[in-house]
Design a protein. Structure first.
Lengths: 190, 721
């Protein structure tokens, strides 16, 4: 009886430890959303987010070897209501691609939505562009005159399904490819 | 019935699951093509296939577990199923493993063969060549830009715009722009007049220009378009910056792009080399695993359906072996096994019919045997049968009753062995055994022995038994206790003697007595006193003896005549009291009587019963010489579900010797000096005529005891008088 209990306890402890290790490893390389707000300067409303992309060595190695990396930024903006459920004003996804060009030795960031291309001679410069997310057109459909307070949900997802097929099973098993952030919620008040 | 309904749905589920797994594998195969729409679902398809293989593994595991349990419980058909499944698994696994091993080898070697040092070097060189080519071109364009800058050093004012246009056209540049400082455009000329705003260098370029006076680089302006951007400083008191954009020829751009694409593709492949091997190995393993597991699972289902009739046959055979001949098996298919099952059903049907007939016959035989046994058991004659070795085979109840030995317990033993258990019967049993062995024909012998009820006489007949072939297979002996019969014959003979004696002797006695009395009467006065006295004495003696003889003759006639003249209910307690009242005057005799407080009534002739009581009381009085105690007890007893009334007479006289007990009830047997010896014989005779019995009871150590027993009066008879 005691042996059985101790065995069960060990098993549970092992599972817990495994999850803890996995989570801690995942946290090391997961994108982190530092801040999200709406910049209303000069009557020009822009959604601004500060994101941290701590790329793992595996991801850097893949990028360096010509594997393009894809991120999806999910944005949801709701109007909070007291009695009814909150109303969704905006729900969109922005796709980013980061790619290395060996000929020119540059890193190219492409906004797949706007087709805007930015080239950088260093990876950190390319990641800096992605980190400082700013979009003035996304909020055009929201009438800020009416809104007093908004709830912004923000998530950065690394698209593992866009990786080359041979790399995908490994990307799902290796923690170095867990580069997505969790959903974060931010409150904006006028 | 319910199982049959479920079966098609099970088959459908099996086929559906198998189809789904195959579809999933096919989709996964399609998804490996990068261009395929399914490419994005590759991971999910991989997961679905992995789940499918786990489901199959579980199904196979469940089947193996069930089979192992059936093997442990030694269920019918489990061993055959194990053999067939094992054979199938070996047959499927070995070639699959060989194919898998070599496929893996070829796959890994094939992937490895894509890469080698020469190709690596060639790709690197191709890229370097492209870079060198572009680099040469950029440097040449830089030099050209410097020449333009030199020519513009002396130009200023309104001519500057025209000069710039001219130089742009001359140099082949697409755009030339003159900046006074970062972001401040002085003059700009473009091949495309529609573009109002020229291409501006970014902050990094301006930063570089501050450190170095010139800047040249290839700039990708669109995704697949390159331009050479050259910026030089025009040395003036207020320095100016000349930017010229030169297009890269399309042919060169395409070639460079192609080289870069090939290089990156090759590098990516190199990077994915191990992932590729792992991915292909995983897919191949998954396909093999799913195929094998599905095949094993289907093998289980198929073998089970093949084995089902065999299993049913084994079960049916076991049922038949344990005596259930009504077992009928379902015919599942019209194949060889179905034919076998049908034959089995036919066989069991016939066996069942034969069994029923045999059972009926054996029941009849058993009934006959039971009937014979009942007859034998109820025979008054004892019957013992013997086998060829003269060992007892059967013995009926009467044998026990006669011998008082449980002969049934000696089945398989000889009579010699039986005789060792009883000393009284040793000689007769040995004699019977000897007669059985020696006689080849029917024999008959009277055998006397001292039994439980005294001397008993058996009339014994024996017959040897022969088989149809003439072999001696045993013997049977029948014996009957003829003691009572002989006794009855004796009694009848004695009765006849007594009747004749009474008839022959009684007639002359009266004349003798009358003659003697007449002699006395006539001669008494004529003789002298002495002679007269002699005469007197003689005639008196004659008269007395004649009287005595008359009494004796009366006794004889009493003994000879039937006593049961009437048959009425008699209250024995009243009758005993009446009779005793005649003897209570004898002061020196004490009568102790005990009457049970119940109805002590019998059916009989009161005079005869009274005579019995007188005889026994007289007998007791004579035994105690009319001085002592006589105990008389009356009570009801039950023997063999029949009620009897018992009267016990006990005196404190000298008692009866053991050797006299045997013959004390026979006529002319007496222990007294006087008496005819007919008293107890008459008592016995009357009692027997009334269905009763008498025996000596010597359980009391003092005196003699007689117990008489009458069948009790039952209520169906008339009420007592």
């Amino acid at each position: 009886m005691y042996i059985t209990i101790s065995f069960k306890a060990c098993l549970l402890l092992s599972i817990f430890l495994l999850f803890s290790i996995n989570n801690s490893q995942a946290d090391n390389f997961a994108s982190a959303i530092k801040s999200v707000y709406i910049d209303t300067k000069d009557n020009n409303n822009s959604l601004v987010a500060n994101i941290d992309y701590p790329l793992s060595d595996k991801a850097k190695e893949a990028l360096q070897n010509g594997v393009p990396l894809f991120w999806n930024i999910y944005i949801k903006i709701h109007r909070p209501r007291n009695i009814l459920w909150q109303k969704t004003l905006l729900e969109t996804t922005v796709h980013y691609r980061l790619q290395y060009h060996a000929l020119l030795n540059i890193y190219r960031v492409i906004n797949e939505n706007s087709r805007a291309i930015n080239n950088f001679s260093t990876l950190s410069a390319a990641l800096d562009l992605m980190s400082n997310f700013r979009d003035a057109h996304l909020l055009n459909q929201i009438d800020f005159e009416k809104e007093k307070q908004l709830v912004i949900e923000f998530k950065v997802e690394f698209d593992r399904n866009a990786l080359p097929i041979p790399l995908r099973p490994i990307a799902f098993l290796n923690q170095q490819w867990y580069l997505s952030s969790d959903w974060t919620t931010w409150l904006w008040k006028k | 019935m319910a199982l049959e309904k479920i079966k098609p749905s099970i088959n459908f589920s099996v086929l559906s699951l198998f189809g789904l797994i195959l579809l999933s594998l096919q989709l996964m195969s399609s998804a490996t093509q990068e261009s395929s729409e399914l490419s994005r679902m590759y991971s999910w398809l991989l997961v679905v296939n992995a789940i499918g293989s786990i489901v199959l593994l579980w199904l196979v595991g469940a089947n193996i577990y069930t089979l192992a349990r059936q093997l442990k419980q030694r269920e019918a058909g489990s061993k055959l199923t194990t053999r067939m499944v094992s054979l199938f698994v070996i047959l499927a696994l070995v070639p699959a493993a060989i194919v898998f091993y070599f496929s893996m080898q070829f796959l890994h070697q094939g992937i490895d063969s894509w890469f080698n040092v020469e190709i690596d070097r060639a790709m690197e060189d191709a890229l370097e060549l492209s870079q060198a080519s572009l680099d040469q071109r950029t440097r040449w364009h830089l030099k050209k830009t410097q020449q333009i800058a030199n020519s513009l050093e002396s130009t200023s004012g309104p001519l500057l715009t025209q000069e710039v246009d001219r130089l742009r056209e001359l140099s082949g540049a697409t755009e030339i722009t003159l900046f006074s400082k970062p972001g401040k455009i002085i003059v700009s000329s473009s091949i495309n007049p529609g573009e109002i705003l020229p291409s501006l260098p970014d902050e990094h370029i301006w930063l570089g220009l501050r450190q170095n006076s010139d800047y040249v680089a290839l700039d990708p302006i669109h995704e697949n378009e390159l331009v050479i951007r050259a910026i030089v400083t025009i040395k003036k008191p207020e320095p100016l910056y000349l930017q010229a954009l030169y297009p890269v020829p399309i042919r060169i751009a395409d070639l460079v792009d192609s080289v870069e694409f090939a290089f990156l593709r090759y590098k990516e492949m190199g990077f994915l080399r191990h992932s590729l091997k792992l991915s292909f190995s995983l897919a191949l393993t998954l396909v093999l695993l799913i195929s094998l597991l599905a095949a094993i699972w289907i093998a289980f289902i198929s073998i089970r359906s093949i084995i089902a009739p065999v299993k049913a046959l084994v079960k049916g055979t076991k049922a038949v072996a344990s005596g259930h001949y009504d077992e009928q098996l379902p015919v599942i298919a019209q194949d060889d096994l179905g034919f076998l099952v049908e034959s089995f059903n036919e066989m069991t049907h016939r066996i069942a019919i034969a069994r029923d007939e045999t059972r009926k016959a054996s029941v009849e035989v058993e009934n006959q045997r039971a009937y014979l046994e009942t007859i034998l058991a109820n025979l008054t004659a004892g019957v013992i049968s013997f086998d060829a070795d003269y060992k007892i085979r059967t013995a009926n109840q009467a044998a026990y009753r006669i011998f008082r030995i449980p002969v049934n317990h000696f089945i398989g033993h000889t009579l010699i062995e039986l005789s060792e258990t009883t000393s009284e019967l040793a000689e007769p049993l040995k004699l019977i055994q000897r007669l059985l062995v020696q006689s080849d024909d029917i024999w008959e012998q009277r055998i006397a022995f001292l039994g439980h009820n005294g001397r008993q006489e058996l009339l014994c007949r024996g017959t040897p038994l022969f088989s149809q072939e003439g072999w001696r297979v045993g013997a049977v002996t029948v014996f009957d206790d003829v003691t009572d019969l002989i006794q009855a014959q004796k009694n009848a003979a004695w009765g006849e003697v007594a009747r004749r004696l009474a008839h022959e002797i009684k007639n002359p006695l009266t004349p003798i007595q009358l003659s003697a009395e007449r002699l006395q009467h006539k001669l008494a006065n004529k003789l002298d006193s002495s002679d007269a006295t002699i005469l007197q004495r003689s005639t008196q003696t004659i008269v007395q003896q004649v009287e005595a003889m008359k009494e004796m003759v009366d006794d004889f006639s009493e003994y000879a005549k039937p006593s049961k003249k009437l048959s009425i209910a008699i209250d024995l307690s009243s009758l005993v009291q009446e009779v005793l009242a005649l003897y209570t005057l004898k002061s020196e005799v004490k009568f102790n009587t005990y009457y049970e407080n119940s109805l002590l009534v019998i059916n009989g002739d009161p005079i005869s019963i009274r005579q019995i009581l007188h005889n026994l009381i007289k007998n007791a009085l004579e035994a105690i010489e009319e001085k002592g105690t006589i105990d008389i007890n009356l009570h009801r007893v039950q023997k063999n579900s029949t009620d009897f009334i018992e009267i016990a007479f006990y005196d404190d006289g000298p008692g009866i010797k053991e050797e006299q007990i045997e013959k004390i009830f026979e006529p002319y047997v007496t222990t007294k000096s006087k008496g005819t010896g007919l008293g107890l014989a008459i008592v016995k005779k009357i009692l027997e005529e009334h269905g009763g019995a008498i025996w000596v009871d010597n359980s009391r150590k003092v005196g003699a005891g007689f117990i008489i027993q009458f069948p009790a009066y039952t209520l169906i008879h008339q009420k007592p008088k």
